[in-house]
Design a binder for this molecule. Sequence first.
Ligand code: OGA
Ligand code: NI
Length: 341
Amino acid sequence: MEKRMVSNLSNLPKSYIIPPEKRPGNNFYPICNIPVIDLSKAKGVDRPKIINQIMQASTKFGFFQVINHGVAIEVMEDAMKVFKEFFELPFEKKSHLYNTHDENVKCKLYTSSSNYENEEIHYWRDCLIHDCTPLKESFDLWPQNPPRYREVVGEYLSQVGKLGSRILDLISEGLGLESDFFAHGYKEDFFFTVNHYPPCPDPSLTLGLPKHCDPNVITLLLQDIVPGLQVCVDNEWQLVQPCPNAFVVNMGHQMQVISNGKLKGAEHRVVTNAEKSRTTASYFVVPSKDCILEPAKALTKKDLPLYKQFRYAEFMETYKALNTQEPENLLEPYKIKKEVI
Ligand code: OGA
Ligand code: NI
């Protein structure tokens, strides 16, 4: 088990080498021009301007960064420190969390994807995933080592959760929906992953995460100063330059459905780094399993709906069964086909 963790690999096994046409090569640039939005201005007279920036970025890229977002800088720094400490622990201190396949385990450590046993290619990432709803109840399942993990991450997730709701409020206003629109089952569940990408012997041949679009509503990503996240813009992979103290926000598949295609569920992937390790933390805002997804009614008065209704749990079955390397196919079964007359 331990041998599987990329933190313990010193060479690049064949099973990590991806087919030539999908390899990232040596050039991870250009830098992606996603805007950095100052959320401290999202009140008063500047609010419409900030909402407009969010809408433009979410339409064009499906991505933006936020600063002055209300999550205390010390809390972010402390959380990043604990995440790194967790991955620096010797494996025997966390081996009890190692689990590659059981979906019902609420806190687990795995490597590559949660489908390690069956995947054709492995990816250069170790990952800790745990529930965070309700925050207080899931607390007892989280790692106890480093000893500060629960306390620090508890505070971090409580503040990030509020930020998530605030961003959804701004988006609902931007879309012209009622202000509590997302309170109806769309932000019921949350899950949290800490990703660790150790230095990689050959970043040109492999990826930390393959091309994908997050299956949920929105995701808030904390990254350290080492770049690695790439966004697909006009069929070109572009690198997101880490911005100090910022969160990267991206739209998932469900935001694309709810907004009737106006906002873009953005494709992204992660490249690795030969010298430095990189740690990131993704906070996923997820609908409840029974939530019915469909384009918001207010948006289909004038425009035809692009997607039919479906249950979130049903979508997730397809998401897991299909090859997530082709994210554009995932919404295909739910698209309303235009009739040819
Ligand atoms: C994810 C993701 C990006 C990163 O966790 O879904 O895209 O840079 N992470 O770790
Ligand atoms: Ni992602």
